[in-house]
Design a binder for this molecule. Structure first.
Ligand SMILES: [Zn+2]
Length: 113
């Protein structure tokens, strides 16, 4: 994959990282431990614990995605971006547009279905 194509994805990935950072800081409040006086009954406390768990799960997913996106940026720096980790062929641009942190081409990913 040529440098121009790789550079095309840099701002896309950077924007995605910024979006994720925003979402993470916005939901940081929700992810904080529930105070003991929150919710009167047992059910509402369970509800808020479930909510907290969902928020934590979402936070973790965002952190993982951010990690993968940062690795993708490193690959752009090294000129290794957009190359399938398994067969070393170029990954289709449409596939990268859809999922910029993807590591394999369609045929290699398809083999694992
Ligand atoms: Zn491949």
């Amino acid at each position: 994959m040529d440098k121009t194509k790789q550079e095309h994805f840099r701002p896309i990935i950077q924007k995605r990282v910024r979006d994720l950072q925003e979402q993470l800081s916005e939901s940081a409040e929700d992810a904080k431990a529930i105070s003991p006086d929150r919710g009167i009954g047992r059910l509402s406390r369970l509800d808020s614990m479930q909510m907290q768990q969902m928020t934590l799960d979402a936070q973790n997913r965002r952190k993982h995605e951010m990690q993968r996106l940062k690795e993708a940026l490193t690959r752009i720096e090294k000129g290794a971006y957009g190359i399938c980790q398994l067969c070393r062929n170029d990954i289709a641009v449409e596939r990268l547009e859809y999922q910029p942190d993807v590591l394999t081409c369609v045929s290699c990913a398809g083999g694992r279905r």
